[in-house]
Design a protein around this ligand. Structure first.
Ligand code: SF4
Length: 215
């Protein structure tokens, strides 16, 4: 199967079966999305969604969070991973939003990654989800699924290389959607330790599945 044919087959399946895929993080503003995505690093969306309602109620805007103490934020987020570092990042990024970005979350890669705690993946999520831009955030699920399905070769061994390969082959207008497709497929079907190939719609042509015992 040619590479683009592989992409097309997978894209067509998801278009037919999950055309309204979206993030599983709860939020009601771009700022809240940014906070939730920062909190979700090395943590589950489910866990993040458990702590954000109280956090957002106490600190609904960048200005509110910019004036908070890290210790106060910590109390709200202590059940997520790396709460000390994340509390520091949330206060720091909120202060920068107030001081440099007029209380608004910016929508470009350079500005977003200038914020404390915001790397390329987080910036891509904000651009794709909040601003409907053509962006492909590569997290651990997208990285793994892209390799297993043969969408990228093994030599593309960093998130940035995988992002560049995926964006070459996926149409711009569905890039953000494709991110959710690959992520959710990794989260629920093509799991890291025990991929559920018997439930997978791509098992007939998945290179990893066809390797058999090496899953
Ligand atoms: Fe993952 Fe198995 Fe599906 Fe391949 S067939 S994408 S390894 S779940």
């Amino acid at each position: 199967m040619k590479l683009q044919e592989r992409y097309n087959q997978i894209i067509n399946y998801f278009k037919e079966n999950n055309s309204d895929a979206e993030t599983e993080l709860n939020f009601s503003s771009v700022f809240q999305l940014l906070v939730a995505v920062v909190l979700s690093a090395q943590c589950t969306d489910k866990r993040v969604n458990m702590v954000t309602p109280a956090l957002f109620a106490a600190y609904p805007t960048p200005k509110d969070m910019a004036n908070a103490n890290e210790a106060d934020i910590y109390e709200y987020i202590k059940s997520v991973s790396y709460p000390n570092a994340k509390a520091k990042h949330l206060v720091g990024l909120s202060q920068m939003l107030v001081e440099k970005f007029n209380n608004e979350v910016p929508n470009d890669m350079d500005s977003l990654t200038s914020l404390p705690g915001v790397g390329r993946k987080t910036a891509n999520v904000i651009m794709a989800v909040a601003f409907s831009k053509s962006a492909m955030p590569v997290d651990t699920h997208v990285y793994r699924v892209s390799h297993r399905l043969g969408l990228v070769s093994l030599k593309h061994n960093t998130p940035l290389k995988v992002e560049r390969e995926l964006t070459k082959h996926i149409p711009e207008e569905i890039m953000g959607l494709a991110h959710h497709w690959l992520l959710l497929h990794g989260r629920y079907i093509c799991k890291s330790l025990k991929p559920q190939c018997d439930k997978c719609p791509f098992d007939s042509f998945c290179p990893k599945k066809l390797e058999g015992s090496k899953l």
